[in-house]
Design a protein around this ligand. Structure first.
Ligand SMILES: Cc1ncc(COP(=O)(O)O)c(C=O)c1O
Length: 404
């Protein structure tokens, strides 16, 4: 079968692929620990479920407005005011099928063939592929110091007349690092000076550890929402553990929102009203579930860090947010794909190779699962990589012997 050149150039999502492999092994009865997937284990808030059920029971489940139902847009306006200190209008908000779809729409709306989008390594695996899907050119900036965010000068160096946007994700997937406020301020200035869009992917902005506070991105501009180059992307997937509801949004100037509304009206038509009422309930209801999630993943983070630091040769930075860490295993194995495959085969632990996030030698470990599973998975990684480990261990019903 002939497929388009564009489609042929798009890589399979590695996290989805690994998930499929883990599901297959689990189905065979293997005791897999899954550090690969990026979603919290907690259940959706009860009030969100109740709203969705009420909507379903009404039997009135029809097309909704392409930009989102008014009550959800109002909830997002209030959320923006509360969390970002910025008053916006419903006309500045567009609801999409998850933040991934929001980013894809933004690129569709802004990128001409050959336009460049700056992506900061380590980056979320989907950014380069999404840029390529609109015939844009991903320009990757990798910090020379081996850290998890670049210096301003490293970004400045790659800007050309074709640069259209920079994507910043903080707290970051895959590193869990938070960009310093000063750096975010510098990037805002740079974008405004050069007339480049700044896509702030804030999908993890509520998942921050140790009580750390970060300045909302709008603090760094004097411009109003209609003239600023800042675009905020957010959603309910991570904060409320509602990945399956597929609701995300963009806050931007009216013209961009209108453009994306046109795109959506000709592609998806609208989001499911059932998911939209659930999202509205999550945003406007009791927020204690978010604090509980943060407390759980912070504890998991500590377990992961302690375990990884006890393995000779592993370097690991303490994540400040999200639910990932991105240890450097390069002194043990520079080839992250080979290492991920080794850990899956020998220790039945799924990780994601750092190569996919633009940084070889690392593995991404997602610690959003149950505490016992996280502890078990880290112990298995230690067993597999630490030469001082006992010769054999029990994994599920299997006795595994170190023969390497
Ligand atoms: C950095 C980042 N942005 C966006 C998304 C997409 O989230 P959603 O489920 O809302 O599409 C993810 C999900 O993994 C992510 O890690």
């Amino acid at each position: 079968m002939d497929i388009s050149k564009l489609a042929a150039s798009i890589a399979e999502s590695p996290t989805v692929k690994l998930n499929a492999e883990a599901t297959r092994l689990r189905a065979q009865g293997e005791a897999i620990v899954h550090f690969g997937i990026g979603e919290p284990k907690n259940k959706a808030p009860m009030n969100a479920i109740a709203s969705a059920v009420e909507k379903l029971n009404s039997g009135e489940i029809k097309y909704a407005p392409s930009d989102g139902i008014p009550s959800l847009k109002k909830a997002i306006v209030q959320y923006t005011e509360k969390n970002y200190g910025r008053t916006v209008e419903p006309a500045n908000v567009i609801v999409s099928d998850g933040a991934k779809h929001s980013i894809s729409n933004l690129l569709y709306a802004l990128i001409n063939p050959g336009d460049q989008v700056i992506i900061l390594a380590p980056y979320w695996v989907s950014y380069p592929e999404m840029v390529k899907m609109v015939n844009g050119v991903p320009i990757i900036v990798t910090p020379a110091d081996g850290g998890f965010y670049p210096k301003l000068s490293e970004i400045e160096k790659v800007i050309t007349s074709s640069t259209r946007a920079i994507i910043v994700n903080s707290p970051n997937n895959p590193s869990g690092a938070i960009f310093p406020d000063e750096l975010v301020g510098q990037i805002v200035d740079l974008c405004e000076k050069k007339n480049i869009y700044l896509f702030m992917d804030d999908i993890y902005h509520k998942l921050i550890f140790d009580g750390k506070k970060i300045a909302p991105v709008y603090n760094f501009t004097k411009k109003d929402i209609e003239s600023t180059n800042i675009v905020v992307i957010n959603g309910i997937s991570k904060t409320y553990g509602m990945t399956g509801f597929r609701i995300g949004w963009v806050v931007a100037n009216r013209k961009l929102v209108k453009t994306i509304t046109n795109i959506q009206s000709q592609t998806t038509t609208c989001n499911s009203p059932i998911c939209q009422v659930a999202a509205e309930a999550a945003l406007t209801g009791d927020q204690s579930c978010v604090d509980e999630l943060v407390a759980t993943i912070q504890k998991n983070r500590d377990t992961v860090i302690q375990g990884l630091r006890s393995i000779p040769g592993v370097k690991v930075e303490k994540p400040e947010g999200a639910f990932y860490c991105f240890p450097d295993f390069s002194t043990l194995n520079k080839d992250s794909m080979a290492l991920a495959e080794f850990l899956l085969k020998k220790a039945l632990v799924v990780t994601v190779p750092g190569k996919e996030f633009g940084m070889e030698g690392h593995l991404r470990i997602s610690f959003a699962g149950a505490a016992s599973e996280v502890a078990d998975g880290i112990a298995r990684i230690k067993w597999a990589l630490d030469p001082n480990s006992p010769r054999e261990i029990q994994i599920g019903t299997r006795k595994v012997v170190r023969d390497w």
